[in-house]
Design a protein around this ligand. Structure first.
Ligand code: BES
Ligand code: MN
Ligand code: ZN
Length: 483
C-alpha cells in the first residue's frame, strides 16, 4: 500500500473513488452542482457508523464514484464507532476493487485529523493485506494499492506526517504478517535469521546471528534446552539500529521466535496445533517494528533481539524433570516442556543487560491463559516500571492496538518454587499469564522492563485465520512517542 496526500478544492480531485463522511455530501454536491442527484441516490442511506454506500457520479465529474461513510452523531463519535467507520471504509475499498482511491476524512469529532488519518491508514493496511505466497489461484483480483488522503491546506503538515508514518507502519505490519503467516516448514529459525539479515542493507543497521555453538558457549542453557529436540538449528538474532545520538541508551525489543511449538515431550493435543506456527508472533512483531523504524528513519537507538527455535519432541529433546542453567546463572527445573517461551526469553532478557538499555520490551505469544483472560481485544501487559507501562498504554490507545496491565506482585512468585532448582518453569493452574510474567521478571531486574503477552492478539482463528500484525502499531507508536 502506498499513501500520499492531496490538497486543493475537493470538487477538483480526479479519482476513481472518493471516500467521505456523509456530512460532507452537501458541500461537495454544491461545488459539483449535483445536489439534487446526491439527495436522490442517498435518500435511503442509513447513516449509522459502519454503513457505507458506493455511488457513481455523473460522467462530467472528475470524481468517478463516492464511497459515502455513515457517521451517526458525528460530534459524539466514540473511539469504537470511529473504528467502525474506518474499517467500513477499508472494507468498501476492498470490495470495490479499485487500484487507487482518495479519502477525505475531516470529521467533526473530538479526535484530531492527524489521529484520524493514522487510524484510517492502519485500518486500510489491515483490511487490504493478503498473504499471497503459497496459493496457485489464477484469479488474483485487483485491489487497492494507492490511497491519497485529501487535506485542507491548514492540516497539510500534520497529514503529511501521518502519511509518512502510515507508510512506514504498513511496511512493518505487512512484514510481520508475512513472517507469521508463512508455514513452519519454510519459516524456521534460519528463515527468520535470513529475513533479519536483510536489514543490514540500511547504513545505520547491523545484524549479527549467533548459531547454536555460539549460543551454547555464551551459556544460554535455557534457550538451548528448547532448541535441543529439533533438527532445525536455533538462532539468536541481534539487530542494532543507530538512528539516535551515539551515547544515547537504546530501547531493546525482544521477540519470542518459536517457529513451531509442538509442546515438545509435553506434547500438545492435535486440535489446532497448526496454529502454533504463529508462536513466532513476537519475533514477527519486533522484526516488523524494526523495519518500520528503519523506513521512518526514527532518531532513536534500537536493539532487536530474537530468540528463534523450534520446540519439538525427539530423543534429544528436554524432558520434564530436567534442570538447566540459564545465562543469568539461575537454574530452572523444566516441569513442562510446553512452557518453552519463557525459557528462550529469559536468556534473551539477560543478554539485553549488556546494552544498559533505557527500556526493554519483550513480546511473546506466551500463554493460553492470556487468551482466556483478555480474548483477542487487548494484549496482556506486565511491567516493573509504571511510567513505561503508562507510555505503552497511551501508545496503544492512540493507535487502537490496546494493552491491559496485569499485576506481577510478589505474592505470585512462590508458585514458581522448585525443590530441585532456583525455580520451576511453570506455576500451576492459577494465574498462568501472571506466573509466566513473574518467571520473566526474575531476569529483568536490571532495567525498566515490560512484557507483552500477545497470545490472544497476534492472530485470528476460524474463517479469517491469519496474523493480525499486532502489536506492530503499538510498538511503532511507542517508539515514535520516544522521539
Ligand atoms: N505458545 C504457547 C501459548 C499459546 C497457547 C498461545 C495457545 C496461543 C494459544 C506456549 O508456549 C504454551 O504452550 N504455554 C502453555 C504454558 C503451560 C504449559 C504452563 C499454555 O499456555 O498452555
Ligand atoms: Mn508451548
Ligand atoms: Zn509457545
Amino acid at each position: 500500500m502506498k499513501y500520499t496526500t492531496k490538497t486543493g478544492p475537493l470538487a477538483n480531485i480526479k479519482t476513481e473513488c472518493l471516500a467521505l463522511p456523509s456530512s460532507a455530501l452537501g458541500s461537495l454536491g454544491k461545488q459539483l452542482k449535483i445536489n439534487t442527484y446526491l439527495g436522490h441516490v442517498t435518500r435511503d442511506f442509513d447513516n449509522a457508523p459502519g454503513r457505507t454506500l458506493l455511488i457513481s457520479l455523473p460522467s462530467t465529474c472528475p470524481i468517478k464514484r463516492l464511497l459515502v461513510l455513515g457517521v451517526g452523531k458525528e460530534s459524539q463519535l466514540s473511539d469504537a464507532q470511529l473504528q467502525k467507520v474506518l474499517n467500513a471504509m477499508a472494507a468498501g475499498f476492498k470490495k470495490a476493487g479499485f487500484t487507487s482511491a482518495t479519502a477525505s476524512l475531516t470529521l467533526k469529532c473530538s479526535k484530531k485529523t492527524y489521529a484520524i488519518t493514522r487510524l484510517a491508514l492502519d485500518a486500510v493496511s489491515s483490511t487490504l493485506y493478503e498473504f499471497a505466497a503459497q496459493k496457485n489461484s489464477t484469479s488474483k483480483s485487483k485491489s487497492l494499492s494507492k490511497l491519497a488522503i485529501h487535506t485542507q491546506a491548514r492540516d497539510r503538515s500534520m497529514v503529511l506526517k501521518a502519511v509518512r508514518e502510515g507508510n512506514a507502519l504498513d511496511i512493518g505490519a505487512s512484514l510481520s504478517r508475512d513472517l507469521a503467516n508463512c508455514p513452519p516448514n519454510i519459516c524456521n529459525p534460519s528463515y527468520l535469521a535470513r529475513s533479519a539479515r536483510k536489514f543490514s542493507t540500511d547504513k545505520k543497521t547491523t545484524v549479527k546471528i549467533l548459531d547454536e555453538r555460539q549460543i551454547t558457549k555464551l551459556g544460554m542453557g535455557a534457550f538451548m534446552s528448547v532448541s535441543a529436540g529439533s533438527d532445525q538449528p536455533g538462532k539468536f538474532i541481534i539487530i542494532e539500529y543507530r538512528g539516535g545520538k551515539a551515547k544515547e541508551a537504546p530501547i531493546v525489543l525482544v521477540g519470542k521466535g518459536i517457529t513451531f511449538d509442538s509442546g515438545g515431550i509435553s506434547l500438545k493435543p492435535g486440535a489446532a496445533m497448526d496454529e502454533m506456527k504463529f508462536d513466532m508472533g513476537g519475533a514477527a512483531a519486533v522484526l516488523g517494528t524494526t523495519s518500520s523504524v528503519i523506513a521512518a528513519k526514527l532518531p532513536i537507538n534500537l536493539v532487536t533481539l530474537v530468540a528463534a527455535a523450534e520446540n519439538m519432541p525427539s530423543g534429544k529433546a528436554s524432558r520434564p524433570g530436567d534442570v538447566v542453567k540459564s545465562l543469568s546463572g539461575q537454574t530452572i527445573e523444566i516441569l513442562n516442556t510446553d512452557a518453552e517461551g519463557r525459557l528462550v526469553l529469559c536468556d534473551a532478557l539477560t543478554y539485553a543487560e549488556r546494552y544498559k538499555p533505557k527500556a526493554v520490551i519483550d513480546v511473546a505469544t506466551l500463554t493460553g491463559a492470556c487468551v482466556m483472560a483478555l480474548g483477542s481485544h487487548a494484549t496482556g501487559m506486565f511491567a516493573n516500571h509504571d511510567q513505561l507501562a503508562e507510555q505503552l498504554d497511551n501508545a496503544g490507545n492512540f493507535i487502537h492496538d490496546r494493552v491491559w496491565r496485569l499485576p506481577i506482585w510478589d505474592d505470585y512468585q512462590q508458585q514458581l518454587n522448585s525443590n530441585f532448582a532456583d525455580m520451576a518453569n511453570i506455576g500451576g493452574r492459577e494465574a498462568g499469564s501472571i506466573t509466566a510474567a513473574c518467571f520473566l521478571s526474575r531476569y529483568a531486574k536490571k532495567y525498566h522492563w515490560a512484557h507483552l503477552d500477545i497470545a490472544g492478539t497476534a492472530w485470528l482463528s476460524g474463517a479469517r485465520k491469519g496474523s493480525t500484525g499486532r502489536p506492530v502499531p503499538l510498538l511503532f507508536q511507542y517508539l515514535i512517542d520516544q522521539c
